[in-house]
Design a protein around this ligand. Structure first.
Ligand code: DX5
Ligand code: ZN
Length: 227
């Protein structure tokens, strides 16, 4: 891994009535992960574009919007136009993932593709050539605070190998159940960017919690890329 591990705290575990303050509580965050859920693609409902636009004005931390919604083809460009750094759509929801990526990029953001735990990576490798980010879900999307699914790490290892051999050019991101207990195995598998909700915002000191995760990930991945 060429760079220090990235940490993206998920505001799903923050206080939705105080989002600006919650963003300010993690100044060391590389990205702020925003879980957009529509009550259809996942059985939970969170927030949408107006909140993302307000959050964009309230923080300098780049926003990482994770769209767990149906018809992302229609809605994803708006999140990019709002100023998000990265906008991720689900492979299982997009009608035309390549078209999504093109529209997201045209609106000025990085384009991400997410796959649920049971979705094979192999089916999406060609499509991923048009994306900047691969978000590997390590829980079933929908809720924070679930247990990490280590079986998805095989997909992370495969993606890492494809990136390191120049076959893909994506940032490898993982989402779900990342904590002091699981961050090292994810780092060893080759993750670049770690989403963490409850492990950051459930801590007494969110900033200290995210820096602790980063230090653990850095130590665990120190051998990667050295052969
Ligand atoms: C789950 C969301 C995650 C969630 C992770 O569907 O995509 O981003 O916030 O929460 P933790 O880190 O608590 O598993
Ligand atoms: Zn997420």
């Amino acid at each position: 891994m060429a760079h220090a591990p990235m940490i993206a705290p998920s505001i799903l575990s923050a206080d939705f009535a105080r989002l600006a303050e919650e963003a300010a509580a993690v100044p060391g965050a590389d990205w702020l992960h925003v879980d957009v859920m529509d009550g259809h693609f996942v059985p939970n409902l969170t927030l949408g574009l107006p909140v993302v636009e307000a959050l964009e004005r309230a923080t300098a931390i780049p926003l990482d919007c994770h769209l767990m919604i149906n018809d992302p083809d229609r809605w994803a460009p708006g999140y990019a136009e709002a100023g998000s750094r990265n906008v991720t759509v689900h492979a299982e929801a997009a009608r035309d993932p390549r078209g999504c990526a093109r529209d997201i990029r045209a609106a000025g953001a990085l384009a991400g593709l997410s796959i649920k735990p049971a979705t094979p990576l192999e089916d999406w490798v060609e499509v991923l050539r048009d994306f900047d980010t691969l978000l590997v879900m390590s829980v079933e999307p929908g809720f924070g605070g679930q247990s990490f699914m280590p079986e998805v790490l095989d997909k992370v290892r495969t993606a890492r190998r494809l990136v390191d051999t120049g076959h893909l050019h994506v940032l490898v991101e993982i989402d779900g159940g990342i904590s002091r207990d699981t961050v090292e195995q994810a780092a060893e598998a080759g993750v670049d960017c770690f989403v963490a909700g409850s492990a950051v915002y459930g801590a007494d000191d969110p900033e200290q919690a995210l820096e602790a995760l980063r230090a653990q990930a850095a130590a665990a991945s120190a051998h990667l890329g050295t052969g």
